[in-house]
Design a protein around this ligand. Structure first.
Ligand code: RB5
Length: 151
């Protein structure tokens, strides 16, 4: 169990709507408040609209962490990583998700609803929540991100 149960903002497109609902259930059972930025059905939408909502909220500091889902996770990660202070990690395996926290201090987890199943997705979210950032030399590397934003 993680001690810091900061609220999380979550968003998806139609392709990942069912998985978003499962992840919301898991987060609620885990004791984490969730702000749902949509979408709210499997009707076709533009993933960009929901990626922008979640990533801008994290970028502005309204939420410390967010979760984004689309069919592959690719579009959402491309959108999210255009925002300052966002470090969005598209992960399909437990090792990558843990490293995205330890070394990259990822603040948005991106999942592909057409790539992974529910059980793995929940395992990835749990690992992401429970793995701390290691800081140290990794913080120095993250500090360099400020030099490339807006280039
Ligand atoms: C929607 O068909 C699909 O393009 C979207 O969910 C996502 O995979 C984009 O990267």
């Amino acid at each position: 169990m993680v001690e810091n149960k900061t609220p999380i903002i979550i968003g998806c497109d139609h392709a990942a709507y069912p998985l978003k609902e499962k992840i919301k259930e898991f987060l609620s059972d885990y004791g984490i408040d969730v702000e749902d930025a949509g979408t709210f059905s499997e009707e076709s939408v533009n993933y960009t609209d929901f990626g922008i909502k979640v990533a801008s909220s994290v970028s502005k500091g309204y939420f410390e962490k967010g979760i984004l889902l689309c069919g592959t996770g690719l579009g959402m990660s491309m959108v999210a990583n255009r925002f300052s202070h966002v470090r969005a990690a598209l992960c399909n395996d437990v090792f990558s998700v843990a490293m995205s926290r330890k070394h990259n201090d990822s603040n948005i987890l991106v999942l592909g609803g057409r790539v992974i199943g529910e059980a793995l997705a929940i395992e990835l979210v749990k690992t992401w929540l429970e793995t701390p950032f290691e800081g140290g030399r990794h913080q120095k590397r993250l500090d360099n991100f400020d030099r490339i934003e807006g280039v």
